[in-house]
Design a protein around this ligand. Structure first.
Ligand code: DC
Length: 232
């Protein structure tokens, strides 16, 4: 069974998806980590990000491994480094690149074969797994997402003005929604959850109920997700 969680930055997708996967004893796939790893590889090797076809070929050649939310690039653990602001600033170069997206989408589908999976990103319910049995669009108001991010940064000892965080978030949302391929959008059959005023645990509890209801329904026989990927 595949559960997709899509939504904008700062909606709490990662924490929710990780906890939900653990609660259900499902695998967890953080697709943002993949785009981050490719951006990091490009920065390390000084790729010309404007040459999209060459970046695609270099992406194909990367030695990339993902296991239990640990990301290995060329055999080294880069799980922390991919969160650096420098990587975040450059990520659009790879997330906007259709060659890179094509490679990562194939990789995500292959990784999912034979697994019960909670996967989170921007395009999981629309492009990568259009036939997933359970689709969630997790969001929160702009002000709430910025406030959470601002608190996170503050806790990490990074002092930013809330206005700056909101400004950066608006820019990132715009890029994510206007991307020509794999843009952030809610799948027509996804359930929207607006998490303002809810704790992570409350969201996970609600989603666990939803997933269990789908699992118990007669239609949950696995045929939906395996029947092909035709929306890309
Ligand atoms: O979820 P995140 O913040 O780690 O994602 C990092 C970036 O990667 C984000 O700006 C959008 C992009 N991304 C994407 O284009 N498609 C995905 N499935 C996941 C992330």
């Amino acid at each position: 069974m595949i559960v997709t969680i899509d939504g904008p930055a700062g909606a709490g997708k990662s924490s929710v998806a990780k906890k939900l996967a653990s609660q259900l004893s499902f695998f967890f796939l953080d697709t943002g980590a993949m785009y981050r790893s490719v951006a990091l590889a490009g920065l390390r090797r000084d790729w010309d990000f404007h040459d999209q076809a060459t970046v695609g070929r270099s992406t194909q050649a990367l030695k990339y491994q993902y296991q239990d939310a640990i990301v290995l690039l060329d055999g080294g653990d880069v799980s922390q480094e991919i969160r650096d602001p420098e990587v975040s600033r450059n990520i659009h170069h790879v997330a906007d690149n259709p060659f890179v997206r094509d490679i990562l989408v194939q990789w995500q589908r292959q990784w999912a074969v034979g697994k019960d999976l909670v996967t989170e990103g921007r395009d999981q319910g629309t492009v990568v797994f259009p036939n997933a049995e359970c689709k969630i669009f997790l969001t929160a108001t702009d002000a709430e997402r910025a406030r959470r991010r601002w608190l996170e940064l503050k806790d990490a000892g990074q002092a930013f003005q809330l206005e700056q965080v909101l400004h950066d978030q608006t820019e990132r949302d715009r890029r994510d929604r206007e991307r020509k391929v794999g843009a952030l959008r809610q799948a027509s059959d996804a359930v929207e959850i607006i998490s303002d005023g809810m704790s992570c645990e409350e969201v996970v509890a609600q989603l666990t109920q939803m997933v269990n209801a789908v699992r118990q329904s007669p239609a949950a026989d696995g045929s939906k997700q395996r029947s092909g990927f035709d929306e890309q």
